[in-house]
Design a binder for this molecule. Structure first.
Ligand code: REL
Length: 976
């Protein structure tokens, strides 16, 4: 009996290396003989008294995490030397940083642990089961870190694996309780992280985070809400997310001044503190305003500003700090006086101060220059930046990278990084209410940045922290270990793992569906932009508005039923992170769609206009109720966190209060200009009687299954009437072909859907009359609508997409043929973009291509209409020309003709937006159109993506039927 575990241990030792990265911990009896904890015993955690305070503090957190999971806290023990024998019988964890922990160093010297793979590396650790620690310590779980944060991450890795979420406090994720925890005889090696400095910027923090913090932590002597009690929670979150870097809140706040403990505590926790792009030298914007005598203008006020810089370094010199260098104008604006030469001077003064005060080589001092907005222009114009400074490239504030390191910039000593936004205040509209991030879009851009060598710093603007839990986790997980995010489907996998860890495996796949759909729906239009005219979604064409609302409704049903299936304990975090954005988001989208329908129906003089107005008012109240529900969670723990206004934007800046959109009422002044009966038809803004009666949109056998033709019969006045609809041909039928509408019975609108029996319909084009005849409707008269019925057929054996209604729409991933070339090929990024997915050239390190060198995608389609100026529309991601020498390009050819090369995003100087940018970011992507020559018949379309930054989502061939909408026509029917 004794022999077997020993044998297992020996086998484990042999397997130790091959099992290197496997999870060390097991939660079932019988897997290992090494029990670390159960409901009556939790481990002692031994640290060296001389180790970093960050290590000792995290070890204390881990003792509490055991309590959270098994009900008994662990015990922290600090020693000067490794004791020969334990005091009691509790299992032991020994943790420490190599070279800073006498305990770990002793084990290394004695050959008990192998630190060769982590020694000297940045933020790495090894965790291993060590047997025969001493003659009286039979075994211990040992965490050896290469440095302080390496050890911290090793300890928090145990926390996470036993069942404590990084979001246990910030999103109320309950611990996954256990009755026993065992250690396998294995070893894990982790690190260094993919990105050296990884973190977040708390920004745009009023009213939500500010109000919440003020309520919970009171005000500091300087009258600000963000004291060290608040920051302790932020630091812990940062480290549990395996990040190491923050830019503190700065709207009127001054991190180092508001609470003098802030800087010291950050260092004790092990968090590197920086400042935002316009706050150089570890000093806040508020200090710029309050401490600098004279102007914040280098040319005018050099001496005073130099002294101010000096003060920042003096104050932060004993703490781990990332110094933001350079300078901008006052208050996050371009300076009217700065030139590239003066910036060179500023950076040189800043570096001299750093060298002198810190007494270190510049290469050992973390420094960054953030190339935000206009700042990039100085660099682009040839400005020389010292090698030791990290160039921090940025996105366009809405997630599209402006620049990635060029080939000749990748070996700079200071390297490069990315400042990325999940929240923003500015044009075209702020977005700072709830999560509006498509995770896979973040992956696409950050994977590109990583492969292009931006690996020194990644920092994300995460607004109020709380509403952005998921994008933050995703971003920081990528930054920590990009090897888990190398493939196009890695975001889908990440969501699965994240959901299984935060909630449970059972709902992981559904959460993938929820978050992927949410990302797609929110990419189409951020909430803040829904008040913009023309309205985002067409109410007339392709039934777009109704279809979008139906997608939100399905999404909410899925999220709600998933929530309902959860035990009480995980409902709250699921609500906070998943259900709330879906529910609150759907409510706002529905409010705007119904407000638009209200205006539309008012034009048509429908009595149901008023019901829509009531619906909108109810949705407005519902939005308030959802906010209150959020605020009442956990007995008011998150009160004020959702106070951000979000309805009624009329410019880029947020409205002072949520304002209901304009609503119109069907009243005495607009009834009745005709009798009680009104009719409207699918695909038109018109209604009848009144407007000229149009021919209905044609029907053909290849209409996409989601497309319908219908008539809406409605009341234009209070009262009742009956109607009947007669078709002139038997092969055209209509649902609800007779009926009675009555406002007193609340039947104000009836939809009649047209059907064609294609077997019975004659070949070719015919016109069928649909006569709507009212009865008991004084003042109303019959109206006949003509329906073109086009019975067409494609040549037999044709395989591909077929025109209907003057368009052919194809999702890019639905190609007929994929020819790989020169080790390059195309990958599908699932759930990318606005409709289905994205297609991208792979690998992203590929050089610029031409149609001769690039792999090729071929699509086949058939058109019936001949149009002199047909068009090819390519729907793309919102990516930008991130390499000035390699603008985004794709090429296409029709029927084997000469390839046409297209540059979808205009060239622009660094720091200014390309023309069309506003429309592209509002719509969530670029649409580029080329005129093509196309006879009717069967065709091939070849597509080459010539730069890896291009992501193609859909292709639409317009032979005259295209209607301008957000998403374009539904995908065409595919034959064969
Ligand atoms: O999102 C950004 O990067 C900027 O808008 C902010 O950093 C900016 O500094 C703002 O909060 C105000 O000062």
């Amino acid at each position: 009996m004794v022999f077997i575990p020993r044998l297992l241990a020996a086998v484990g030792f042999l397997f130790g290396l091959t099992l290197a990265q496997q999870d060390l911990l097991a939660f079932q009896d019988g897997i290992s003989e090494y029990k670390l904890a159960d409901t009556v015993t939790a481990p002692e955690i031994w640290v060296s008294a001389g180790d970093f305070p960050a290590v000792i503090r995290t070890a204390r957190d881990l003792t509490l995490d055991f309590g959270r999971v098994v009900g008994v806290n662990g015990t922290l023990k600090e020693f000067d030397q490794l004791p020969g024998s334990p005091n009691g019988t509790a299992p032991i964890i020994i943790a420490g940083a190599v070279g800073h922990s006498t305990l770990i160093d002793k084990l290394v010297d004695a050959g008990k642990i192998d630190v060769s793979e982590i020694d000297g590396k940045w933020e790495s650790y090894t965790t291993a089961l060590v047997e025969h620690v001493t003659s009286s310590i039979p075994w211990a779980l040992v965490v050896a870190g290469s440095d302080k944060r390496g050890t911290v991450y090793g300890l928090y890795d145990i926390s996470q694996r036993i069942g404590v979420s990084p979001w246990h406090w910030w999103a109320d994720v309950p611990p996954k309780t256990k009755t026993g925890i065992w250690v396998r005889n294995a070893r894990k090696v982790q690190g260094p992280p993919s990105i050296k400095y990884r973190g977040f910027f708390i920004n745009d923090e009023a009213p939500a985070l500010t109000g919440w913090a003020e309520k919970n932590f009171g005000l500091t002597p300087s009258g600000r809400p963000f004291n060290s009690e608040f920051y302790k929670l932020v630091f812990e979150l940062c480290l549990r997310l395996r990040a190491n870097y923050i830019w503190p809140a700065m709207w009127g706040s001054a991190f180092y001044v508001d609470d003098e403990a802030n800087g010291r505590l950050a260092d004790e926790y092990g968090v590197v503190v920086g400042t935002s792009h316009h706050e150089p030298m570890a000093r806040s914007e508020r200090e710029q305003q309050q401490e600098v005598e004279g102007n914040w203008d280098w040319i005018d006020n050099k001496e005073e500003i130099t002294e101010f810089f000096e003060g920042g370094v003096e104050r932060a010199k004993n703490w781990e700090t990332m110094y933001t260098l350079g300078m901008r104008g006052s208050g996050d604006a371009a300076s009217p006086t700065l030139t590239a030469d003066s910036l060179v001077e500023i950076i040189s003064v800043q570096q001299s101060l750093l060298e002198d005060i810190l007494n270190k080589n510049l290469t050992d001092i973390p420094q960054t220059w953030v190339l935000y907005k206009e700042v990039g222009r100085y660099y682009q114009s040839g400005m020389k930046v010292p090698e030791s400074v990290t160039l921090l490239w940025t996105d366009d504030n809405v997630g599209n990278l402006l620049r990635t390191p060029l080939a000749n910039e990748t070996d700079r000593q200071g390297g490069a990084g990315v400042y990325y936004h999940f929240d923003y205040v500015g044009s075209p509209r702020n977005y700072k209410w709830i999560n509006t991030i498509q995770l896979v879009k973040t992956w696409e851009q950050m994977q590109l940045a990583y492969e292009k060598g931006a690996r020194e710093i990644w920092i994300a603007n995460i607004g109020d922290i709380k509403p952005l839990e998921i994008p933050t986790s995703h971003f920081l997980d990528m930054a920590y270990d990009m090897s888990n995010h190398a493939d196009p489907d890695s975001t889908t996998k990440w969501i699965h793992q994240w959901a299984a860890a935060e909630f449970e495996e059972r709902i992981a796949e559904r959460t993938v569906q929820i978050l992927s759909t949410y990302g797609k729906l929110i990419l189409r239009r951020k909430y803040e932009l829904l008040s913009r005219k023309p309205f985002a979604y067409s109410v007339a064409y392709y039934d777009e508005a109704e279809a979008v609302l139906a997608e939100w409704t399905d999404l909410l049903n899925l999220a709600q039923s998933t929530y309902n299936s959860l035990p009480q304990s995980t409902r709250t975090p699921f609500f906070e992170m998943v259900l709330h954005p879906v529910l609150a988001g759907k409510t706002v989208v529905e409010l705007y769609i119904k407000a638009e329908l209200n205006l539309w129906r008012h034009r048509q003089r429908r009595t149901s206009t008023n019901q829509l107005a009531t619906d909108v008012q109810n949705l407005f109240l519902e939005d308030q109720a959802i906010t209150s529900r959020y605020h009442s969670l956990k007995n008011g723990k998150w009160d004020r966190m959702m106070t951000q206004t979000h309805i009624g934007y009329d410019n880029w800046q947020e409205p002072a209060e949520n304002t209901i959109p304009t609503l119109l009422y069907h009243g005495e002044d607009n009834v009745p200009k005709s009798g009680i009966m009104g009719v409207s038809v699918q695909g038109s803004n018109f209604s009848f009687p009144g407007d000229p009666v149009p021919t209905l949109l044609p029907m053909d056998p290849y209409m996409p299954s989601s497309e319908q033709r219908y008539l809406d019969i409605f009341t234009r006045n209070n009262g009742s009437f009956s109607y009947s609809i007669a078709s002139s041909e038997p092969y055209v039928t209509i649902s609800n072909s007779a009926g009675t509408l009555s406002t007193t019975e609340n039947i104000s609108d009836i939809r009649s859907i047209i059907k064609v029996d294609w077997n019975a319909a004659p070949a070719g084009s015919t016109e069928v009359g649909l006569k709507v005849a009212p009865s008991n409707a004084p003042g109303s008269w019959p109206i006949t609508f003509n329906l073109p019925v086009n019975k067409r057929s494609v040549p037999s054996g044709f395989s591909g997409y077929v025109e209907s209604g003057g368009v052919v729409a194809i999702e890019a991933e639905h190609y007929n043929k994929h020819e790989e070339k020169n080790d390059l090929y195309y990958v599908v990024i699932p759930h990318y973009g606005r409709t289905l997915s994205g297609v991208k050239l792979w690998p992203v390190t590929a050089d610029s291509q031409s149609p001769d060198t690039a792999p090729k995608l071929t699509y086949t389609f058939h058109t019936f209409t001949e149009l002199e100026k047909a068009r090819l529309l390519v729907f793309l991601g919102a990516t930008l020309n991130h390499d000035p020498s390699r603008v985004l390009r794709y090429a296409f050819s029709i029927d084997g003709g000469a390839p046409v090369i297209v540059q979808p995003v205009p060239t622009t100087p660094m720091g200014s937006e390309p023309s069309g940018w506003t429309d592209a970011v509002i719509a969530g992507g670029w649409t580029s159109a080329s005129t093509i020559e196309l006879s009717n018949g069967s065709h091939t379309l070849d597509l080459w993506i010539l730069e890896p930054g291009v992501v193609v989502q859909r292709l639409v061939v317009d032979v005259g039927g295209y209607r301008q909408t957000s998403l374009g026509p539904p995908e065409s029917t595919h034959l064969g």
